[in-house]
Design a protein around this ligand. Structure first.
Ligand code: AMZ
Length: 327
């Protein structure tokens, strides 16, 4: 089999540890300056990936003898966190460390859609902290303006509130605090609204935090993930509070543990600061990590949404034996 010219091979170090295969990508970035992109990925045997990025072309992406790729996907979901009607980001969830990025949430949402996003993640930070809906006008305006599905978390503390939000045109609602405190309520909602209920598990040092991350529990995040394995929820959003808003990279070990603990798809949240961070998550796709929420890095311009989508969004990871991949 010959691969398309865009993905010509060059030797790279490979090692096998604990049944997983490490690999490094060599790529170019910036003004043509070559650099090594360390992708601390642990690819399961049987997987390899296609990264059709300009700056990674003509570099090592393939090794002879790698197993056949199983098609997979990683959805990139831009986030808008609402605080008093503005688009903000917090640092590690701290309400005293706010960066305001836009005063026009609808324009911001439209911009992500226009750049190719296929889903939007909204957080009502006022709701998460106080349990009170303060940003409903913005939420309604965003769902009315957008064609892509929109999900919202923060302050959804009752079945009535979840149902009300679904009538606002939201595709999915995310329950965090309630998932810990009243898991049966989540089970009932998931049964009533298949595919529309998501559990948000926000973890500090592996333990679940609630109420705007102000309260910490003694429950292991992985135990809660396991608890919802059979409840019919659409996904678990796994947020690592220590990395959230820091751009320092996702907590791959924590995500791996969450994906292994749960039988439902996991969406990663927290810490994305570069395209390489997004690529590193691909290693967890085979375990059920199906998407990633990106916030600050998009606002900062450190990650270009269109470029990231081109690299790893749904449909970009292909079976190299398919006709389109062969030269
Ligand atoms: O940044 C924070 N302090 C914060 C945040 N982003 N606090 C809560 N949340 C998000 C969670 C989840 O999506 O990631 O709010 C949702 C959970 O809210 P609740 O009210 O259900 O616990």
């Amino acid at each position: 089999m010959r691969l398309a010219k865009a993905y010509t091979a060059q030797p790279a170090a490979l090692a096998t540890t604990r049944g997983y295969r490490h690999f490094a990508l060599l790529g170019e970035q910036g003004q043509g300056a070559e650099r090594v992109v360390e992708l601390q990925a642990l690819l399961e045997r049987g997987f390899r990936l296609v990264v059709p990025l300009r700056q990674l072309r003509n570099r090592q992406l393939w090794q002879p003898g790698w197993q056949q790729l199983r098609p997979t996907a990683m959805q990139i979901i831009p986030a808008i966190d609402l605080l008093d009607g503005h688009c903000v980001r917090l640092h590690q969830g701290d309400y005293d460390q706010v960066t305001r990025f836009s005063d026009d949430p609808v324009a911001q949402a439209l911009s992500w859609q226009q750049q190719g996003a296929r889903r939007l993640h909204l957080v009502d930070l006022d709701g998460a902290r106080s349990g009170q809906p303060i940003n409903d006008a913005a939420v309604k305006a965003i769902t009315a303006a957008l064609e892509i599905p929109v999900q919202l978390g923060g302050g959804v503390r009752s079945a009535e509130r979840a149902e009300e939000l679904l009538t606002f045109g939201l595709d999915r609602v995310i329950l965090g605090t309630v998932a810990l405190e009243q898991p049966e309520l989540v089970d009932a909602l998931a049964a009533r609204y298949p595919g529309r209920i998501v559990v948000g598990i926000d973890a500090k040092n592996g333990k679940v935090a609630t109420r705007g991350w102000i309260e910490e529990s003694s429950t292991e995040a992985t135990s809660l993930a396991q608890r919802f394995s059979t409840s019919g929820i659409a996904a678990i959003i796994s947020t690592d509070i220590a990395t959230d808003g820091t751009l320092a990279g996702p907590n791959l070990e924590a995500l791996r543990a969450m994906a292994e603990a749960s039988a439902v798809p996991v969406i990663a949240s927290g810490g994305i600061g570069t395209l390489e961070h997004l690529l590193s998550l691909l290693a967890l796709a085979p375990l059920g990590v199906e998407g990633v929420i990106v916030g600050r890095a998009l606002y900062d311009g450190r990650v270009d949404l269109a470029e990231a989508l081109q690299a790893i969004d749904e449909g970009r990871l292909q079976d190299p034996t398919s006709a389109s991949m062969l030269a």
